[in-house]
Design a binder for this molecule. Structure first.
Ligand code: 9G3
Length: 574
């Protein structure tokens, strides 16, 4: 391809809304253009990257025994009503009507659709297990699309679904998919790791997310410094603290804490540690008020609370509810003396607090010397793991290591779904005895467009993208210092033809631009190898080769150049 023909409109400046590297660089380097919030056109360079990512995914899906199909994007409402999800997803679902006023959605995912196809066509245990996948646009009306392809409203996903006779068949397939995912990301050149994840509303119980570690990642993960435990913070387990000494309980006492609001202010005022404070957070769980108690230096993990309660909708109580239940202004909620009986939940660490300090359910008032055993157990408090882990927590698996926190980009997720969808849709099969059994399912997603963005987040510098070789849009970029110079042009054309003949994907910058502009664009677009040809190098009968990632330079004889490049590319992909 010649740069004078390539449709890759580079930009000097990008809109201020582009905050992270991949968003800025995909726009600046002419890989994509925004149509609307979270909706993008992929330009030719991006398509070449996406097709390479998809090719790697297809190879690994096929190797894992999955078969590719392509399902409709437009899905009828009736299908989603069978699983009750038409209403669950509310605003996030793109909905539309056809000319007959029938209602549809633009597929945000395809559990219902694939299960209904399998339910229609598979009746016998002999036909199981079966795994099907597609690579398709998905639509989710994000309330605030941001970060370019990282949180888009239309994005490319590979979604796979497997159907099994029983759990052990699913377990075996889940492991195969899990390993296929590790290979996909390794081959793409992404540093990604699996973490235990919360399976959330999708149902089922076991799930792993594949996280591409990057400071710009929206997900937070906790990992152990000593063993291979890693989990999305939403799910990371916190061990109960070691039981403290049984110190003499003192009587509860109300104390004045004028104008003290934060944990730090109250702790400092009372001369205690934040660990002695107990925060009482009032929530509405599917509309019902509950109290969740966590230690002053911890935060409530709302996913754990929702899972414990089986609540679909968990929100902090509004100020009016707080005033009604506590009889006090916001900020003084405590477990003692509430105006209404509400269920109490306490994180394990709360139950080990000695001489605790809690809100007094009265303006500028706190209670000291709270003894969890004496004062909370009579309230029927339920103790559970309800907090977010913090750095330094002991690892819940090996107990020796400490947990570290890191940010990650979720590029893949695998789920054991169980029978939630097969039950609702009626995907059943006849077993050996002719008995009707419900199929057991798994589902497996990779964010294809998000993977491209994640690759940039992990492989860029101040000058632009440094593509991993496996997914670069082109492998070699030939840059003549002066395209007008006959000798240079001839040398470029010769090398270009040699590389093409070897099946190497080569770009030739034949534009009448100053060398500086060409070098800047070369760094921006991110082609792994840049070959510079000019009168200086030709005087030595050589070319200068620059490796984009790391910047290593090499002067190579012009007759050896094609071979050198071919070897380098082969080495880079083993
Ligand atoms: C919806 C909307 C948004 C959604 C979903 C449904 C996320 C939904 C979870 C999944 C689970 C897996 C198969 C591939 C891998 C991920 N956001 N999820 O189900 F209607 Cl609007 O998509 N699906």
């Amino acid at each position: 391809m010649r740069m004078s023909e390539l449709f890759a409109p580079t930009l000097r400046e990008v809109p201020a809304e582009a905050e992270i590297a991949s968003h800025k660089l995909l726009l600046r380097a002419g890989y994509m253009r925004k149509l609307a919030g979270g909706i993008y056109t992929y330009l030719p360079l991006a398509i070449r990257v996406l097709q390479k990512i998809e090719a790697i995914i297809r190879e690994e899906m096929d190797r894992a025994g999955a078969q590719e199909l392509l399902m409709p994007i437009v899905q009828p409402r009736e299908l989603w009503e069978k699983t009750g999800r038409w209403d669950v997803y509310g605003e996030e679902m793109f909905r539309l009507q056809d000319r007959h006023k029938r209602e549809f959605c633009l597929g945000p995912t395809h559990e219902e659709l694939i299960t209904s196809i399998v339910a229609q066509e598979i009746r016998s245990y002999r036909q199981l297990p079966v795994a099907l996948y597609q690579i398709q646009n998905k639509y989710r009306d994000e309330i605030r699309p941001r970060f370019g392809l990282m949180r888009a409203r239309e994005f490319i996903m590979k979604d796979a679904y497997s159907f099994h006779r029983n759990e052990e068949s699913l377990d075996e397939y889940y492991r195969r998919m899990y390993e296929a995912y590790a290979r996909v990301f390794a081959r793409v050149g992404l540093s990604a790791r699996p973490v235990e994840a919360d399976s959330g509303a999708i149902g089922g119980n076991i799930s792993h997310e594949f996280m591409a570690l990057a400071p710009s990642g929206e997900a937070e993960i906790a990992y152990c410094t000593n063993c291979d435990y890693a989990a999305n913070v939403e799910r990371a387990e916190a061990l109960p603290p070691p039981a403290g000494g049984e110190s003499e309980a003192q009587p509860l006492e109300a104390v004045d804490t004028p104008d003290k609001h934060t944990v730090e202010e109250v702790a400092a005022f009372l001369g205690v540690e934040p660990q002695q404070l107990i925060k009482t957070m009032l929530y509405l769980a599917d509309g019902e008020p509950i109290a969740v108690l966590v230690r002053g230096d911890h935060e409530v993990n709302e996913v754990k609370v929702a899972n414990l309660l089986g609540a679909t909708n968990l929100t902090l109580a509004d100020p009016d509810t707080i005033r009604r239940i506590t009889g006090a202004p916001v900020g003084f909620a405590g477990p003692i003396g509430l105006k209404e009986e509400i269920p109490f939940y306490a994180d394990h660490a709360v139950m080990a607090v000695e001489r605790g300090v809690v809100g007094g359910n009265k303006k500028d008032t706190h209670l000291i010397n709270l003894d969890p055993k004496r004062d909370l157990e009579p309230l029927g408090v339920k103790a559970a793991d309800l907090r977010l882990v913090v750095e330094g927590d002991s690892c819940p698996r090996c107990r020796e290591g400490k947990l570290q926190l890191a940010r990650g980009i979720e590029v893949g997720q695998v789920f054991k779904l169980g029978t939630k969808y097969s039950e609702a849709i009626g995907a059943v099969y006849l077993d050996e005895e002719g008995k009707t059994q419900t199929m057991v399912m798994g589902c497996y997603g990779i964010g294809v467009s998000r993977t491209m963005a994640a690759a940039i987040e992990q492989n860029h510098d101040e000058f632009g993208i440094c593509w991993p070789v496996a997914i670069a849009p082109y492998q070699v970029l030939i840059v003549p210092i002066n395209w007008q110079d006959e000798e240079s042009r001839a040398a470029c054309e010769k090398l270009y033809a040699e590389l093409e003949a070897r099946g190497i994907e080569v770009l030739l910058d034949d534009r009448n631009e100053r060398a500086g502009v060409k070098f800047k664009d070369a760094d921006l677009i991110g082609i792994p190898l840049r070959v510079t040809i000019g009168s200086k190098t030709l005087a030595q009968n050589a070319v200068e080769i620059k490796v984009r990632k790391g910047g290593k330079m090499e002067l190579v004889g012009i007759d050896e150049a094609a071979g050198w490049l071919e070897n380098w590319l082969r080495e880079a992909q083993t």
